[in-house]
Design a protein around this ligand. Sequence first.
Ligand code: ADP
Ligand code: MG
Length: 339
Amino acid sequence: MARIHVLDEHIANQIAAGEVVERPASVVKELVENAIDAGATRIEVTVEEGGLQLIRVKDNGSGIEPEDCETAFYRHATSKIASGRDLFQITSLGFRGEALPSIAAVAKVSLLTAAGDDGRGRLLEIEGGRLVTQEDAASARGTEMTVRELFYNTPARLKYMKSIQTELGHISDVMYRVALGHPGISFTLRHNGNPLLQTLGSGDLLQVIAAVYGTSAAKAMLPVSAEDPDYTLSGYISRPEWTRANRNGISTIIGGRSIRSGGLNAAILRAYHTLLPINRYPLLVLNLDMHPSLVDVNVHPAKLEVRFSKETELYAFVERELRQVLLGENLIPRPGREP
Ligand code: ADP
Ligand code: MG
């Protein structure tokens, strides 16, 4: 056996990138979450060739101080937690300090940012994890992160990428979820110059539903609002007459974070039991609020699964409340089925 030694930061980042950066959509997710954490109210995402050629995320958030720009790309460098105690009360989407170094390890990244309103900002260029240039540059307050030629230095990973349409599909999915979770933020997504998503940031969830699923879907929605001692539920659910061919239209959001829970999905579908034709599914956007001690959302950085500590009670609550909304509705048949 060779002697044991600590890997240098460059190699460590490339290894971490394998975990964090699975495909272009993972880059979009990490950069958009950073923009949200920075308090942005407008986030513009531009991608080219399914994100493999270019991903640009521009925000009007806090920006990064000039002297912090280089540090932001170090491993485990974060402004979001300071001590171990903070780990138990995380309010930001990120906190591990892994996204930027991981992305920069496998792409050509440029960062343009300013933390103030005087137009004075900073520009950094990083290639394959190595700082190429760093200089003062004019910038509005906020951050613009550009990621070019993702996986250019990891050919094995690049070969694994699917078609541009498939990668774009994953990117759109990330953007839809994040927009549905943040109606108060204006999001745009453009691919090869074509606008694919535009939300207003007015705070109106129904507008976001219309932007993502179309106006006919938005018109078919019923509002939900319920509370019990542990949980608060709000959002929109589709009338039974308006159905979809798959269950991808079920979004559950906790603290702005789109999550996945098989148990919750099953409870939702039980609420619709006998009301939907066979093999048809509803459209729902549900916000669930609960005390942080009742949910563990940080099971894995790149995954969306969560754990609930009182899951049986939660599922019963959701099923009961949705059922009530659905049965309380005068079920006058309306035309309109999504193909
Ligand atoms: P994390 O989000 O877990 O803190 P990242 O590697 O994603 O780690 O980002 C590192 C740090 O860079 C963040 O903690 C934040 O201080 C800063 N940063 C990254 N993106 C932005 C942004 N869009 N606006 C302001 N600061 C940012
Ligand atoms: Mg982050």
